[in-house]
Design a protein around this ligand. Sequence first.
Ligand code: BDR
Ligand code: CA
Length: 311
Amino acid sequence: MNRRPIILDCDPGHDDAIAILMAGNHPDIELLGITVESGNQTLMKTGKNALHLAAYLDLDVPVCLGASEPIIKEVEACPAIHGESGLDGFTYLPIEKQFDSRSAVSYLIETILSAPQKVTVVTTGPMTNLALAMKVEPRIKDNIEEVVLMGGSIGRGNVTPAAEFNILCDPEAAYIVFNSGCVVKMFGLDVTRQVLVLPSVIERMAKVENKASKLFVDLMTVFNQNQKHVFGFAGGPLHDPVTIAYLIDPTVVKLQHVSCEIDISRGTSYGRTNCDLFNYQKKPKNAYVATEIDVAKYWDIVESCIQRYSL
Ligand code: BDR
Ligand code: CA
């Protein structure tokens, strides 16, 4: 089987880090590059984190810096969950790896346009880089296999009652991507809040005893403490890797094809992903949204990815 070429656009971030880990050495996935924007922390912090994660995991892929702020809205960050560094719990050692000289937007355009096979773009942060790339070079849409994103929610939000963090960081960018005509697959809080890193999950991954399991344990220990403090959760929801788990085994979730409108009204529901599950409005269906997840299968996939790393 051909490996699926992907670009991972992210804002690491504890759960982004595990998505990078999983995409980085799976036999079915060809990770072409990592593009970064501000989100969980400032661009310089999320960029530094992506670079260090790629170095730690020995991933020989370009890491490109992208947008330092959303298209229209003021910039947000999430230090309460991800800490001042954006990746608290990680041990930063000296590295030689440097950022790619291209901006994330140039990299997305160049790579997608020249790819012999359609490219899947996975976003686990705000959608600013991808939206900008689509506006600068609309032809990339023809060579995108699908956009697979962590973000949004059919139900409740996690920053406001209505909105999820990634979408609320840059609702206008999400609006552009959801209305791009590309195949869009949304993995929102409805499923990601079911995959909690309970202490038993940390114990299970710790038993693998390699550098990937060490990363998992170091990061998830801090992530869990912060999630407990902010939301009262017994384990942090491992949001972002649901995208990669889906690419590895699509049966891990159930998807429904719906009309999904991004609220850019700047009212109390700004940033909400309005998913018309019952097709009340008879509008064109522009997104596949995840409605169910097989939790046991998810942790099996995560563990198998961790096991693939050497000591
Ligand atoms: C999303 O917000 C970020 O804090 C996480 O990395 C994830 O991408 C969850 O709402
Ligand atoms: Ca993220």
